[in-house]
Design a protein around this ligand. Structure first.
Ligand code: PGA
Length: 238
């Protein structure tokens, strides 16, 4: 089970420092098996990866060791923080920054070569969803086919674009049927993302073929994120 928080372009370095310290303390007093916990702050708020209960990762990275890539972060800068976990292909990067399949493939291949854990995000738009389940499956299959789906440190996050930040997650039926389809394409753990909160995490984490959640808005408040982690712990005890 994996509980991941994507802070996007929120929280300052000082806020993330306090968040990480408090999260570590909360988890110190926790009994039971913890899920794999990840947080993904923005670049300016990356911290040394020294927390025993969770890992800090990056939301994106350029596929190079270092070099002339203005505005990007590369392998050596991540390595300095001890970062080995990366989100790639988030729909906000695909849509706002025009990241295409070719660039994503390059990023994937580069960081897979360096053994990174990669949360690879896929997900359809509202118009694809409205065209029917077959169209959704075809769309997602193309996105998955872009990368090496048998990569051992791959985690796939299914994040329907229409559910992200909307306050309304996909329905349990939609998540279950989409994840069941994705499980035929890859053996990677499958996360659901898109308006996951402390109120719907329990029912989402209980679904077949859901190995965890990628949480945006609700990860920004430590209380909400901790409650989602609690839900994961309870689920692991079942
Ligand atoms: P959300 O974002 O939880 O705020 O919908 C999820 C994501 O974009 O990863």
């Amino acid at each position: 089970m994996i509980i991941a928080g994507n802070f996007k372009s929120n929280l300052t370095r000082n806020e993330v420092k306090a968040y990480a310290k408090n999260l570590q303390e909360k988890l110190d007093s926790q009994s039971g098996t913890l899920p794999k916990i990840r947080i993904y702050p923005s670049f300016s708020a990356l911290l040394d990866n020294t927390y025993s209960h969770f890992k800090i990762g990056a939301q994106n990275a350029y596929p190079a060791i270092n070099g002339g890539f203005t505005g990007e972060i590369t392998f050596l800068q991540l390595q300095e923080f001890g970062i080995t976990s990366l989100i790639l292909g988030h729909s906000e990067r695909r849509n706002l920054l025009n990241e295409d399949e070719k660039l994503l493939r390059e990023k994937f291949d580069f960081y897979a070569k360096h053994n990174f854990e990669i949360i690879y995000c896929i997900g359809e738009s509202k118009s694809v969803r409205d065209s029917g389940e077959k169209e959704v499956e075809n769309f997602l299959q193309k996105q998955v086919k872009n990368i090496e789906s048998s990569y051992e440190n791959l985690i796939i996050a299914y994040e329907p674009i229409w559910a992200i930040g909307s306050g309304n997650s996909a329905s349990e039926e939609q998540i279950e049927s989409t994840h069941s389809f994705l499980s035929t394409l890859s053996k990677a753990p499958l996360l659901y993302g898109g308006s996951v909160s402390e109120s719907n995490a329990a029912s989402i984490l209980a679904l077949q073929n859901v190995s965890g959640v990628l949480v945006g808005g609700a990860s920004l408040k430590l209380d909400s994120f901790s409650q989602i982690i609690q839900t994961g712990i309870k689920q692991l005890m079942l």
